[in-house]
Design a protein around this ligand. Structure first.
Ligand SMILES: [Zn+2]
Length: 327
């Protein structure tokens, strides 16, 4: 059993029952919202306010990735789920990371702030000395909602909720000791505590994982919806990691011109189809539309095969198109 880069565990051995089943816990990936803005940004110009929002989303995501590399040091059988969203009685909460320990859950809100911040009582100040939202209030607001969530689904397990500042240059002047607040310098000690946890999975844990995954809502949060049109967007294959253009380096491999990330034809086409579906939910997915979307970088035949293998085909003849399967 191994934890890979995104924290996915595959293959699970359930104690005495020796029952193996394949499960993939929720790995860390760019949120739908981040993907939405990035998909536009890579193909056309974003207005300044959207570009700024994209930048802050990207920065937050980088912080979460940073925290994921720390959590990968935990014993490999401890389940970790990233980026969960729940709706409870019309309130929404978003949890950056959640670990399932033997007798409790541990939730994390991750911040990637950089620079010198200060706190005075309940008031927080940014490096430019402007008063800002107290980030602790975010988890204080989320706590009762998550309690309701657990109660509603009859999950009788306590939880701790932490606010983690992952960026090494983050400094908080005037901070007094607060149980829920973890500053960069405190991360190693905090992690040591988690690393000592032993975990022997029981059905209760499977039930928790199932409940979390089935109730997760993949919402998109638009802040200034930018205008964009299919015809005005640059066509081609773009990197799913950094958004730069992909170039074919081998018959079956594309490589990113920005981050040099190599990807198989299949994966990069799927990633660009996902962008297309996110940006144009009203447009049909057809071999021809995707061929145009990827700028003819991949043959129509190859696209047809990828669509056929990964989506459900519907309609006949000229109206044939593909939709997401429920799988
Ligand atoms: Zn890239």
């Amino acid at each position: 059993m191994k934890r890979n880069d995104s924290g996915i565990l595959i293959g699970y051995n359930f104690g005495k029952e020796r029952m193996m089943f394949l499960t993939v816990y929720k790995p860390l990936e760019a949120s739908t919202t981040l993907r939405f803005y990035r998909a536009i940004h890579t193909r056309t110009e974003l207005p300044p306010e959207s570009a700024y929002y994209l930048q802050s989303l990207q920065k937050g995501y980088n912080g979460e990735k940073n925290w994921a590399t720390y959590l990968n040091e935990l014993p490999e059988n401890i389940p970790i789920l990233y980026d969960l969203q729940f709706e409870v009685n019309q309130s929404t909460i978003q949890i950056d990371a959640l670990c399932i320990l033997q007798n409790k859950l541990v939730l994390f809100e991750v911040k990637n702030f950089q620079g010198n911040f200060s706190v005075d009582g309940d008031k927080w100040y940014s490096p430019s000395h402007k008063e800002m939202k107290n980030p602790l209030n975010q988890i204080k607001r989320a706590e009762p909602i998550f309690h309701q969530f657990l109660k509603k689904h009859q999950l009788n397990i306590p939880f701790d909720y932490y606010l983690i500042f992952v960026h090494p240059t983050f400094i908080l002047y005037g901070a007094s000791h607060q149980e829920q607040l973890i500053l960069p310098g405190q991360i190693p000690e905090f992690l040591d505590g988690l690393k000592q946890q032993t975990f022997s999975p029981q059905w209760m844990h499977t039930n928790i994982i199932d409940t979390l995954l089935t109730n997760h809502k993949n919402g998109i949060h638009l802040f200034h919806k930018p205008q964009y049109h299919f015809d005005q967007m640059e066509k081609g294959l773009f990197c799913g990691v950094c958004g730069e253009k992909m170039n074919r380096t081998h018959k079956m491999i594309f490589s990113c011109s920005g981050c040099h990330h190599p990807t198989s034809v299949n994966n990069i086409v799927l990633c660009n189809i996902q962008d297309y579906m996110t940006l144009f939910p009203e447009r049909k997915v057809t071999t021809a539309s995707i061929f145009e979307w990827v700028g003819g970088e991949v043959s129509a035949n190859a696209i047809k095969k990828i669509l056929y293998n990964n989506f459900e085909r519907t309609g006949k003849g000229k109206s044939t198109h593909y939709i997401k399967t429920d799988k």
